[in-house]
Write a protein that binds this ligand. Sequence first.
Ligand SMILES: Nc1ncnc2c1ncn2[C@@H]1O[C@H](COP(=O)(O)OP(=O)(O)O)[C@@H](O)[C@H]1O
Ligand SMILES: [Mg+2]
Length: 256
Amino acid sequence: VASTLATIIERDRAEQEKKDLQLQLAHAEKLAALGRFTANIAHEIRNPLTSVGGFARRLDKVMPEDTKEKEYTKIIIAEVSRLEKILNNILSFSKEAPPNYTKNNIADVIERMLVIHADLLKEKSIDVQKNIANIPKFSFDKDLLIEALDNILLNAVDSMTEGGTLTVITEKEEKQEGARVSVKVKDTGAGISQDQLEMIFEPFYTTKVAEGTGLGLSITRKIMESMDGTVDIESEVGKGSTITLSLPFNGGQKQG
Ligand SMILES: Nc1ncnc2c1ncn2[C@@H]1O[C@H](COP(=O)(O)OP(=O)(O)O)[C@@H](O)[C@H]1O
Ligand SMILES: [Mg+2]
């Protein structure tokens, strides 16, 4: 009797696992279809938006200084560029191109990112500390990593509304599965609660009222996974968060 019971339980479990798998597949297919649909719409919106931005910039050139009209034109330009950013985010979220591997120095990538955002960091009273290891060049998609790091850095900036310290640490570690390179981005911002931690990688999840798209972290995870990398988050509410991006040091070889 016991063995029949065990067989039945086992069969039920197998059935359940099959059902779960089917559900997961249906969910993945739905997400993929949604991704394609969204990408099409984003493409359609981008062209007219580019014209609006272009003409607004032409108006801006001839509009006399210190007039209401000049101010309105500036607002149109700023809002168009905000929309363009959102569209680019959506497009890279739905893009499925494989990484373009080249040998790069990761310290250069980080330096460039910090230079690009230097004004913003200063304006928000954020000090930057660096602990950058001397890591030989290795294969990764530079543009993809910049995009991922950008998302992480901008989130860190957003979390430090009263200023703070941004610490960037790179390391190369020998692990059982092979050498890995990690970039840690540490902030002294608001932190993330346990409940939120479960949500933040969901596309469109955001706690930012006006300017969040909720796509940054899901894009970042997708980018890192496309290079066999990972994203890890440690956080303490009121103290800050540490986001760790990790890449295989010997990855990307197979693609040449
Ligand atoms: N460094 C951080 N500190 C605090 N909260 C964070 C941090 N990074 C991400 N989050 C939380 O995760 C949410 C999702 O982030 P993201 O996917 O980049 O979308 P967005 O930045 O547009 O809100 C944010 O709205 C925020 O609540
Ligand atoms: Mg973000």
